[in-house]
Design a protein around this ligand. Sequence first.
Ligand SMILES: NC(=O)c1ccc[n+]([C@@H]2O[C@H](COP(=O)([O-])OP(=O)(O)OC[C@H]3O[C@@H](n4cnc5c(N)ncnc54)[C@H](OP(=O)(O)O)[C@@H]3O)[C@@H](O)[C@H]2O)c1
Length: 292
Amino acid sequence: MSFISIIKGKILSIVTSVSLMLKAFKKIYRHGGYTIVNISSIQYGQVLKGRKIVVTGGGAGIGFNIAKRCLEEGASVVITGRSENKLREACKQLNSGLLQPLVWDISEVSEIHKGLEKATFLLGGDIDILINNAGVLDTTPFPYITEQIWDKIYATNSKGLFFLTQTLCEKWMICRNNSLKKIINISSQGGFVGATYPYRMTKWDVAGLTQGLGIKLAQHGIIVNGIAPGIIATDMQPGFLHQKENVFITENPLQRIGLPEEIAELAIFLMSDSANFIVGQTIVCDGGYSIK
Ligand SMILES: NC(=O)c1ccc[n+]([C@@H]2O[C@H](COP(=O)([O-])OP(=O)(O)OC[C@H]3O[C@@H](n4cnc5c(N)ncnc54)[C@H](OP(=O)(O)O)[C@@H]3O)[C@@H](O)[C@H]2O)c1
């Protein structure tokens, strides 16, 4: 290579570096923005170390399994529900010093402030993650829905979830610190197919709210995502099943019922720092039901 072409190469690389530097300065000068990213790989066993988490409806089913995995990943957890017995039984089963029960009906909007204060006290500090999991089901078909059924389902699945989320986010936005906050909303496969009864309609609400708040709150350091489970073996579904039992069903392409443990694994991933670039998404986990 000639001396001239070496000099040309050097000049080109200096010009490229200077232009990249100018572009970077322009970004900061014009938009005030400076962002760096650290890639986080999942290290199971300490994914949620030190995090303070509230799981609504954590006394049974999907919520119970999410709480269990949160504890295994090092978090402090408050599980809520209306039945004291259910919560007591869950705490006995999980047997962890990092777990606290809180009797709290989230459909009572006037109790939300008090509920959040109690949860914060039990956790010994600010909540980092909210799992909006509590839900009730009624499958009375159209055209037999009564106003009472509508109100009962909406009170927990939509109204309660909304006001709890709004109250907590207001607190987070006022007292912003450096830690990233997260919300995981539990929707349903029913939120991704046509809806003719209130349960499914509330699950559309939840997926829509997840998308809307995902956009609105990202700039405040709050990441909102959701999970839409398919038919999962919990008390909500007839025929409670466990791992290694016959889980065959014909409703989805995978031809099997899902297990609450599978939803819990997805929840842990979404709560982890490895999912920090996912915003406003509801991840459908339904054996293919909603796309069949
Ligand atoms: N299982 C499925 O096939 C399936 C499918 C799609 C979506 N999901 C959704 O997944 C979530 C969990 O359901 P799951 O299957 O685990 O049902 P689950 O076993 O019946 O558990 C629901 C939990 O929510 C609590 N809860 C209900 N109303 C509440 C309220 N007003 N305030 C506080 N807690 C309340 C219940 O406790 P208390 O009775 O003590 O209040 C219970 O612990 C729900 O949002 C459900 O819609 C479930």
